[in-house]
Design a binder for this molecule. Structure first.
Ligand SMILES: Cc1cc2nc3c(=O)[nH]c(=O)nc-3n(C[C@H](O)[C@H](O)[C@H](O)COP(=O)(O)OP(=O)(O)OC[C@H]3O[C@@H](n4cnc5c(N)ncnc54)[C@H](O)[C@@H]3O)c2cc1C
Length: 376
């Protein structure tokens, strides 16, 4: 029976999907993250849940990428709509053109982040853009199963742990192609909801659209953009700044076994941070993708999408990507952050953990030194 604890559960929901007797339900904890709850009265101890858990098993693919490359989509408009260089669009176009289905992350009608299915470009386009919050994939397993049973090619895009859960749930299906993002870690859906509530209340507005990372603002860094029902536009860095304190990340992200060059996915994609170091001529404000082809299947697909843009050879250390080597460190103040979250408001969190972050670090450092001195 699966033993899901804070540090070793990524909430992918593969366990709940494969349970033959429906003994596993996913429940949200106070931070908004999903965890499986097992009804031991119903469980038949078949251990199927354990066999698909990304954290309980050996890695699927222990090999380094077969090739590493940079990519710029040939359409500037597509790159402007994408977070990086538009590799996702090139790859998903190939799947859609073959009559396949694409699974990726979208904002639902409440602006919560969930995975969805797309069989046409208009549906797929809604998946563009990085959403810095954990996407709920629990509802898409039966849809993927049906697509695979119907003989469709399926592309699943998600975080490396989600890819691992999906691949295990459908192991042996050669029609399933997966692509993971290089992942800094996934923030709390609860914080994202609270941020939206706070923003709407403060500005006395109602959102019509909101994008955690506005893809049009590459030069200004990561900016959240909202359009209100009365047509006003707001931009803020507050949410992304909170994300980058690492306090809102899922507890398992600090212990992530997927922060390595050995990927479970067919493809890996990210932002080409630090492109100027070795590929200065390719630097471009509209975004460049940094990608890996990890399997033979990926290499075959690459041949088919060769004309979609500019591909250039790179090496794995050409881009500044700490999360290809180790997980984010759990901040010493994470507990205090969540305590403050339950008692105070978003402005307070920003002031304390973003604006005055050096003050907090200094306080922690001094108290550590004092502790050592007092113990001596
Ligand atoms: C939580 C998170 C952390 C990331 N951390 C890094 C990092 O540290 N370094 C780095 O180089 N790149 C990181 N990325 C990836 C990067 O921001 C781009 O998403 C990636 O380069 C794809 O760019 P694109 O132009 O090809 O895709 P786009 O056309 O913008 O498409 C984005 C793709 O990402 C998927 N996606 C978006 N949000 C989520 C989500 N919450 N969960 C799962 N899938 C999602 C969509 O389904 C879509 O397929 C991160 C992305 C996410 C979602």
């Amino acid at each position: 029976m699966i033993n899901a604890k804070l540090n070793n559960c990524c909430g992918c929901g593969a366990c709940a999907y494969v349970c033959p007797v429906g003994a596993i339900k996913l429940n949200e904890d106070a931070e908004g993250f999903l965890y499986p709850e097992i009804d031991s009265g119903v469980c038949i101890s078949c251990n199927k849940c354990d066999s698909v858990c990304p954290f309980s098993n050996e890695r699927l693919n222990g090999k380094k990428p077969l090739s590493v490359f940079g990519f710029k989509h040939s359409s500037d408009d597509i790159r402007l709509e994408s977070s990086s260089g538009g590799f996702f669009t090139a790859l998903s176009d190939e799947i859609l053109n073959s009559g396949g289905a694409v699974y990726g992350s979208v904002y639902n009608e409440n602006f919560d982040v969930v995975h969805n299915r797309a069989v046409c470009k208009a549906e797929r386009d809604k998946m563009r853009g990085s959403k810095y919050v954990q996407s709920d994939i629990s509802n898409i397993f039966p849809l993927i199963k049906k697509d695979l049973d119907d003989g469709r090619n399926v592309l699943f895009v998600g975080t490396p742990c989600q890819v691992s859960g999906v691949k295990r749930a459908f192991s042996g299906c050669s029609d399933l192609i997966t692509c993971d993002v290089i992942c800094h870690g996934v923030p709390s859906p609860e914080l994202w909801r609270a941020f939206r509530r706070h923003f709407e209340k403060k500005q006395a507005c109602k959102f019509k659209e909101i994008y955690i990372r506005d893809t049009h603002n590459t030069a200004e860094g990561h900016i959240t953009r909202a359009v209100t029902e009365d047509g006003k536009e707001y931009k803020t860095k507050d949410y992304v700044n909170l994300f980058f304190t690492n306090n809102p990340l899922r507890p398992s992200c600090y212990h992530c076994p997927f922060t390595t060059l050995n990927r479970d996915s067919d493809f890996t994609m990210g932002d080409f941070w630090g492109i100027e170091k070795n590929h200065y001529s390719m630097k471009d404000e509209k975004g460049v993708s940094f990608c890996f082809a990890n399997t033979g299947a990926a290499t075959e697909i690459l041949k088919k999408i060769n004309d979609e843009g500019v591909f250039f050879e790179a090496s794995s250390d050409d881009s500044l990507q700490p999360q290809l080597y180790h997980p984010c460190k759990k901040p010493l103040v994470r507990k205090a952050f969540w305590k403050d979250y339950y008692k105070k408001d978003i402005d307070f969190l920003i002031e304390k953990y973003v604006v005055k972050k050096y003050g907090i670090r200094l306080k922690l450092f001094i108290s550590k030194i004092l502790n050592i001195i007092l113990h001596r």
